[in-house]
Design a protein around this ligand. Structure first.
Ligand code: DOR
Ligand code: ZN
Ligand code: ZN
Length: 399
């Protein structure tokens, strides 16, 4: 039982929450139990992380990535399958879920890859996985590598009748060249065109949209935006140097500003947490870590009035749960899991890479102001201080 300033049905109320067996049993004017200092928000859901592991344990592991998530107020992650080896079959999927079961600090779900190699038997693999686990989606499907892959990708997407959500990394390779910094070589058109084509084919979820034009072209599908496309732009190049590459690339300041001004139109805020070692970054690897900094930076932006708490909670908790079907998550509501992140708005801090928990050891947000959670509750248990590995993976019986 905790009580304090609680975010409930779109506003803050002074109230208490009673928890039973990990779920919220009652919300009301109860002032019993532990008084919480700060605001109590639903813990976040990050539907787009790359926790590496397997043969890339020097970049990140499920253990370090999920610890980073926990410290960022995130209670559930959806990991992406572009690992080494790729998660393109049920066997590899099961192997990864077993690691998560042992090591994850937060709740964990995993997407399945769709590639040239497994497109013929993807339906079988989906079926096998679904006997055991809740599969959030197929993807992120990379259309960007080469033309052949793009065509097979589009063709397969047309034929697919899997009754599964498909998430797309929307960049058309015909508008992509190689070079450093990559924002000079990966054109906006790549994203806009890919979204347009996919929208003609069907109903997809678009990962990390970075342009106004692409956002405005989504009508059937759903989409997410990554924090770096809102907070950073090509103007950060001098500061970021070797670290600057990310796909899709950083855009003009005016694009980023448009996304911030139109934050209420964004469906989902997801980090695309993509850690690489500093050595890899020197060699041009694309991707930024972000699972630990997204919620804290946006809580600070909400504190200062740049976005509303209502919008923030919707984009980082409620909508991800709705769009991906995590029905026990995303709101402080009777019957849902008691997953809370508590933020003390007086504790504004500057981000330092050395304070973060990702194995990669750097952040593109060095020096940015943020409010990190002082407590995180996972199914009613206070887990931030104890750092207990309370995370669970989804067996089908539980959903
Ligand atoms: O910047 C990126 N990094 N974009 C991607 O699509 C993949 C990701 C990664 O896995 O490193
Ligand atoms: Zn991507
Ligand atoms: Zn990604």
């Amino acid at each position: 039982m905790i009580y304090g300033k609680l975010f409930y049905r779109g506003e803050f109320v002074e109230a208490g929450v009673e928890v039973e067996e990990g779920r919220i049993k009652r919300i009301g004017k109860l002032v019993k139990g532990r008084k919480v200092n700060g605001i109590i928000l639903p813990a976040g859901i990050d539907v787009h992380v790359h926790f590496r592991d397997f043969e890339e344990r020097e970049k990140e592991t499920i253990e370090t990535g999920s610890l980073s998530a926990l410290h960022g107020g995130i209670c559930l992650v959806v990991d992406q399958p572009n690992t080494r080896p790729v998660v393109d079959n049920a066997e590899t999927y099961f192997r990864r879920m077993e690691i998560a079961e042992k090591r994850s600090y937060v709740d964990y779900a995993l997407n399945l890859a769709l590639t040239n190699k497994n497109s013929e038997r993807i339906a079988e693999e989906v079926e096998k996985i679904r006997k055991k686990y809740f599969l959030p989606a197929i993807g992120e499907v990379f259309l960007q590598n080469d033309k052949k892959e793009l065509e097979i990708g589009y063709e397969t997407l047309k034929k697919l009748n899997l009754n599964a959500k498909v998430t797309i990394h929307a960049e058309d390779p015909r508008f992509v060249e190689r070079g450093f910094p990559n924002f000079l070589f990966r054109k906006k058109e790549a994203e806009i065109f890919a979204v347009e084509e996919c929208e003609k084919i069907g109903n997809f979820h678009f990962c990390h949209l970075s342009t106004r034009e692409a956002v405005e072209r989504v009508s059937k599908g759903s989409f997410e935006v990554a924090p770096h496309h809102i907070l950073l732009s090509v103007e950060d190049y001098n500061r970021l140097g070797d670290l600057v590459n990310v796909n899709p690339p950083l855009r003009q300041k005016s694009d980023a500003d448009w996304l911030l001004r139109n934050f209420n139109r964004i469906q989902i805020l997801a980090s695309d947490h993509a850690p690489h070692t500093l050595e890899d970054k020197k060699n041009g690897s694309a991707g930024f870590p972000g699972v630990e900094t997204t919620y804290p930076i946006f809580v600070e932006l909400a504190r200062r009035g740049f976005v509303s708490f209502r919008d923030l909670v919707e984009k980082i908790a409620t909508n991800p749960a709705k769009v991906f079907g995590f029905r026990d998550y995303g709101e402080i509501e009777v019957g849902k899991f008691a997953n809370f992140a508590v933020f003390d708005l007086k504790e504004v801090r500057e981000i330092r890479a050395e304070d973060l928990h990702s194995l990669c050891g750097w952040t593109p947000y060095e020096g940015f102001k943020a409010v990190f959670p002082v407590q995180v509750y996972l199914r009613g248990e206070e887990v931030l201080q104890s750092q207990s590995r309370a995370g669970k993976v989804f067996g089908v019986s539980e959903v």
